[in-house]
Write a protein that binds this ligand. Structure first.
Ligand code: B12
Ligand code: SF4
Length: 444
């Protein structure tokens, strides 16, 4: 049984964030590889962001029995295209999709080119699926939609996630690519998952819905032993909110320190957590935490309330000062609402200047699948595919996809101006990032 795992490509890869960008390791696919390796004669990983021309050659030469595709919402249309190309090349190959979008809106993948849609965490169902296919059997599997010649049936919800049982990702699968993975100037970078889910309930965010509001934590020893096997000097914690549980993060910092692992870390952190748990942050700085991703989101009480962020503006200002006092670099993300007037754009700029935020990053408030906003705003969505479904390629949070208060042209002009205003803020990082990009372009 030969398995090909594919990370899709788009043109947006190195535009995205704060004008710098990222192409990070395909962690989900490495987890899947580890889960199914017992039933496979060979597993390959194709990262199309690095190898955009390799799809057809690999299909023809490797001739996989299973092709598994991951992706965010912005990748949906590209994933469907890859499935079509695969089907055209290899009629018998089973095509499987999974990830956030597949979990929250599986209907987008119910086409003749897809055989299975995995809902939720992938490792357990994907292992069961490869086992089933390797024995040429058919039965329903929890967490999987199966296509029987156009008849789709669901195997039921997966049992509760047992994070400790998930085998570590098979990082060796993309050995040659690893040197190219980066986030801004942090290159090469590895991703590490120590928790899943989030105890908060922000309205624009689907992450807590993905895990039905649960917050799962790995135990410290298993995280440390995974870290010991990571070669990269930089590590990005993909946890939605790692610092929420200070005691656990203290233990993890101690475990990492005792193990002698020496890395630089970049991590998400809620501002209130940062303010509350300064001593924990200090321990992390001691072991290599250099940069935090602060989801500031809004700059008025009204915005914070409408996002259910449970943060006050004074907490935000205090948090920014605390991060600076701790010597942390701050990646601050702000949401620009389609309801913004020119005065709102100006207020946001003033807030960033007043608080001396060195690395502001912006996204446009987008109704993400899985959120209540998505349901309430569905009919308002302006950008659609010919079949009436949303044009998912615009779901990179950099496009206006619902009506705005300003005209579309004015909104886009203001948004562009906002980014240009803070161009200078990125310049100090630009040189390193340019090197990261140019070596990437040079190598692909
Ligand atoms: C790391 C990360 C980043 C990094 C690296 C991104 C990269 N591609 O290189 C950075 C910070 C740069 C980033 C940027 C962006 N990100 Co991001 N990111 C994440 C984050 C925190 C972790 C992803 C991850 O690796 N998780 C760990 C793996 C193991 O989990 P997983 O992907 O969910 O996979 C599991 C299951 O979903 C399932 N599964 C997944 N795929 C498949 C496939 C198959 C076949 C099967 C069977 C199962 C399966 O099994 C896996 C293992 O159990 C997620 C949030 C999250 N908690 O997941 C957001 C997230 C994926 N990002 C998101 C977004 C929107 C973006 C941006 C567009 C935002 C922006 N413009 O500012 C950009 C896009 C950049 C780009 N061009 O790729 C959204 C996507 C939502 C959506 N519905 O599309 C998420 C979910 C966060 C959110 N706001 O809700 N991101
Ligand atoms: S935005 Fe952050 S704090 Fe809010 S629910 Fe999502 S992951 Fe949790």
């Amino acid at each position: 049984m030969k398995i090909l795992l594919i990370y899709p490509n788009l043109n947006q890869e190195i535009i995205g964030y704060g004008d710098l960008g990222a192409i990070a390791e395909p962690l989900a696919l490495e987890y899947l590889a580890a889960s199914c390796v017992d039933f496979a004669s060979e597993v390959k990983l194709l990262d199309l962001r690095l190898h955009p021309d390799d799809l057809e050659p690999i299909l023809d030469n490797f001739r996989p029995d299973i092709v598994a595709l991951t992706g965010y919402s912005m990748h949906v249309i590209r994933m469907l295209e890859i499935a079509r190309i695969t089907r055209d090349h290899l009629v018998q190959t089973k095509i499987v999709v999974g990830g956030h979008h597949a979990t929250l809106l599986p209907e987008d993948f119910k086409t003749e080119d897809i055989d299975f849609i995995v809902v939720g965490e992938g490792t357990v169902p994907f292992r069961a699926l490869t086992e089933m296919l390797s024995h040429e059997m058919t039965h329903s599997i929890a967490g999987i939609w199966s296509n029987d010649r156009g008849d789709w049936t669901f195997g039921g919800n997966q049992p509760t996630l047992e994070l400790e049982k998930v085998v570590p990702p098979l990082r060796s699968l993309c050995l040659a690519d690893r040197q190219h993975y980066f986030i801004d100037w942090m290159k090469p970078i590895a991703l590490l998952r120590t928790t899943v889910g989030c105890p908060y309930r922000c309205s624009f965010c689907s992450l807590w819905k993905m895990m039905d509001g649960h917050y799962y934590r790995r135990d410290v020893d298993s995280v440390v032993s995974e870290l010991l096997n990571i070669e990269e000097p930089y590590v990005f914690l993909v946890d939605d909110e790692p610092f929420v549980n200070a005691k656990r993060m203290d233990l993890l910092a101690e475990g990492i320190k005792d193990s002698g692992v020496n890395k630089e870390y970049f991590s998400y952190c809620r501002i209130d957590t940062l303010v509350k748990n300064k001593t924990t942050l200090e321990k992390w700085i001691e072991i290599g935490l250099r940069r935090v991703f602060l989801g500031i989101e809004g700059v008025t009480t009204n915005e914070m309330e409408s996002y259910n962020k449970r943060l006050s503006i004074s907490q935000i200002e205090e948090g920014i000062k605390s991060a600076r006092a701790l010597g942390l670099k701050v990646f601050a993300s702000f949401i620009v609402s389609p309801l913004y007037t020119k005065a709102d754009f100006t207020r946001l700029s003033r807030f960033i200047e007043r608080n001396h935020i060195d690395y502001p990053s912006f996204t446009i408030l987008t109704p993400l699948p899985g959120t209540d906003d998505f349901i309430s705003q569905y009919d308002l969505i302006t950008d659609r595919q010919p079949n009436g479904r949303p044009d998912w390629s615009k779901w990179d949070l950099q496009h206006l996809v619902v009506p705005s208060v300003l005209s579309k042209t004015e909104f886009e002009k203001e948004y562009q101006k906002l980014r240009m205003n803070f161009r200078g803020a990125y310049e100090i990082h630009q040189r390193k990032a340019t090197i990261a990009r140019s070596t990437l372009i040079h190598n692909i």
